[in-house]
Design a protein around this ligand. Structure first.
Ligand SMILES: NC(=O)c1ccc[n+]([C@@H]2O[C@H](COP(=O)([O-])OP(=O)(O)OC[C@H]3O[C@@H](n4cnc5c(N)ncnc54)[C@H](OP(=O)(O)O)[C@@H]3O)[C@@H](O)[C@H]2O)c1
Ligand SMILES: [Zn+2]
Ligand SMILES: [Zn+2]
Length: 370
């Protein structure tokens, strides 16, 4: 059967003949591939910067954003039947028994980095006529979505980000009851950086979730990307004509930044203006440039390793209760150490010296009475 493959060693991209797959286990499904999207990741693989053929192959079949039609199912397949429309996932688990993420089928959070990815890393992709894989990696899609189902995979980037945003914003208990259940972002402002597919699909998800959404990107209107953003109800602002400070003035308090832009310079500039209790979600994978090396590296680690960096100040009743609970644990476990944190106790007369830091040590305490 036909397939589109890259040959990293000879640095070529070709239409090739690739062996047709067959069902070899009862839980497998055979798909006739219908459509495969092309994204920045594919373009980068085609510059041979990354992307790895499966072991024993000198080529990699491309494609990870796909939709296919089920044409055959193994005897043990429960949820799919021929004729069904499906979107297959991209990442497959590592086989390291210590990987808690892959052990529970959350290879999107894989600890080892030894996962494989269709059309990207050590697994042939979907730009071919037929694919066989396990039922557990297929998502059934309603037939009426036939024309757009190929956008599912790129939309999952925003969906995963939003799921994490809501999990993290549980720390703000007032938001949840205030907003309608299907519009948890109502009353909140989101700035989307970039206006490519990742950002525009993300903007749609944010608007549906109720956010007042601003798209901040390079192209200067009139431009199809700006028109698309406005058509879904976002406000488009061009970074070419409106500097970051002016954009922030227009938006007001920013509750969420959803970055889908790629470079690190603009996102980090915008981060300076993030509002109180806000979240900044990075999805872009920047190419390293000399002038922004530090932030490029930081951003690609944040994204590629699912990291969360957060700030926190002051404490609520829950934290006070936890502190009292833990203090009693500390005094049982390390009685002397906890006591020695208080390196000096002084009477009130010596408080000025204590306040001026004259006693050194770890912690000086002023005894008021008793
Ligand atoms: N985290 C993940 O799992 C994941 C998955 C897929 C992709 N990605 C990453 O997500 C990013 C976006 O992907 P995409 O396919 O949507 O990319 P894209 O089509 O290249 O879109 C990038 C957008 O950002 C804008 N932009 C780029 N540099 C800019 C700058 N310096 N100032 C202002 N705007 C700028 C571009 O504006 P113009 O159109 O005006 O040029 C464009 O609208 C990429 O870095 C990609 O690698 C991540
Ligand atoms: Zn992609
Ligand atoms: Zn893993």
């Amino acid at each position: 059967m036909r397939a589109i493959a890259i040959f990293p060693e000879e640095k070529s991209i070709k239409l090739i003949e690739h062996e047709a797959p067959h069902i070899t286990s009862p839980t497998q499904v055979k798909l006739r591939m219908l459509e495969v999207g092309v994204c920045g990741t594919d373009k980068e693989i085609c510059t041979f910067k990354f992307g790895a053929p499966p072991p024993d192959y000198n080529y990699l079949v491309m494609g990870h954003e796909a939709v296919g039609e089920v044409v055959e199912v193994g005897a043990g397949v429960q949820t799919l039947k021929p004729g069904d429309l499906v979107v297959p996932t991209v990442r497959r688990p590592c086989h390291d028994p210590s990987c808690r993420a892959c052990a529970v089928a959350r290879q999107d959070f894989c600890y080892t980095g030894a996962y494989t990815e269709y059309g990207i890393k050590a697994q042939h992709g979907y730009m071919t006529e037929f694919v066989v894989d396990d039922e557990q990696y297929m998502h059934l899609v309603p037939q009426e979505l036939r024309g757009v189902a190929v956008l599912t995979e790129p939309l999952t980037i925003a969906e995963k980000a939003l799921l994490q945003v809501w999990a993290m914003q549980q720390r703000l208990p007032w938001q949840m009851p205030d907003a309608p259940a299907d519009q948890p972002g109502k009353g909140l402002k989101a700035v989307v950086l970039g206006a490519g597919p990742i950002s525009l699909l993300g903007s749609m998800a944010l608007i549906v979730a109720g956010f007042d959404t601003y798209v901040y990107s390079r192209s200067v209107p009139p431009h199809p990307k700006a028109e698309l953003a406005e058509a879904i109800g976002a406000t488009y602002i061009s970074s070419q004509t409106t500097p970051v400070a002016a954009m922030v003035k227009q938006v007001g308090n920013i509750d969420l930044v959803y970055e889908g832009l790629g470079g690190s310079a603009l996102p980090f500039e915008v981060m300076n203006y993030l509002g109180r209790n806000a979240i900044f979600a990075f999805t872009g994978v920047p190419a390293f440039t000399t002038s922004t090396q530090t932030t490029d590296r930081l951003m690609s680690r944040l994204v590629g390793m699912n990291q969360v960096v957060f700030g926190t100040v002051n404490a609520g009743n829950d934290a006070f209760a936890a502190a009292i609970r833990d203090l009693s644990v500390f005094t049982q476990r390390w009685p002397d150490v906890v006591q020695s944190l208080i390196s000096k106790r002084v009477p009130m007369e010596n408080a000025p010296d204590a306040l001026l830091g004259k006693y050194g040590g770890i912690k000086t305490v002023v005894t008021i009475s008793g």
